[in-house]
Design a protein around this ligand. Sequence first.
Ligand code: 0CM
Ligand code: SF4
Length: 332
Amino acid sequence: MLDERGRPRYLKGMEQIKPPLTLYLAAPRGFCAGVDRAIKIVEMALQKWGAPVYVRHEIVHNKYVVDQLRDQGAVFVEELDDCPDDRPVIFSAHGVPKAVPAEAQRRQMVYVDATCPLVSKVHIEAERHHAAGLQMVMIGHEGHPEVLGTMGQLPEGEVILVEDVADVATIEVRDPQRLAFITQTTLSVDDTAGIVAALQARFPGIVGPAKEDICYATTNRQAAVKAVAPHIDALLVIGAENSSNSKRLVEVGKASGCSYSQLVMRAAQIDWRALEGIRAVGVTAGASAPEVLVNEVIDAFRDRYDVTVELVETAVERVEFKVPRVLREAAG
Ligand code: 0CM
Ligand code: SF4
């Protein structure tokens, strides 16, 4: 029996015995090197130039992170048109179409590009294929800012988007012999393998990266969820609705046999009634979700259960990216 706040209800005078629960904590989880760098860029820009510093799009897809930076003087906008000429602007970790920095230059704005180097790597791949005369197929989710940014590296019509295996059957290409594929960095590793296989079956001459362009952080977080899944009755993924990599973790949880796999922004969103009777829960966090929110969720479980934490670590990450040189130089 749970009370109105989802905590176990006890009879008056009885000792408060909390039910036992094992909490399997996935590792790696949470911030990746690209997110860490992007947040640092905003913080260092605020130190260097003072507030306000404009940020085009959420620097990373997490409301908590965005709210904290806003409190320090960052102003989040969706388009460059919403920024004044005389304040610095930062481009989010997801990348921007080529037209965006070009426009910032035309307006003689100070800008810092916080695009993750692993997204920039895909931009460069696309340009290289284009220069070699190949048309591009991009595997990704329509409308996602990374997809808009990557497709926007090449002229209109040069990149064809496919979202799933069904799309592969219907696309029309200029020349099947002169084709390359690239992918969004935050896709499901397993789903993408299926789409790549379908592309290779229909266009045997298609050129691509060794596997796909999914980044190390996405790959590692999905592998950790797969390792946790056999132990648990429910999985909570800490992350935001607009975070592609976080949503993929929910799907991987479900595909790995965990029927209750749920995205939560933070502890307040946990549906305690849905968890009634569970004995083992898995917790992970998307690449844009700060560890403070993981701790908040663990504490919320401790309020209600006698918790034993088991770490399930499938990789150790040591990737770090430097911030752009302009921010490493003294204020000026
Ligand atoms: O791309 P995605 O929606 O997963 O973005 P995010 O901000 O949640 O995660 C980090 C990144 C990138 C690029
Ligand atoms: Fe870069 Fe991957 Fe992190 Fe995106 S999820 S910011 S591509 S490291």
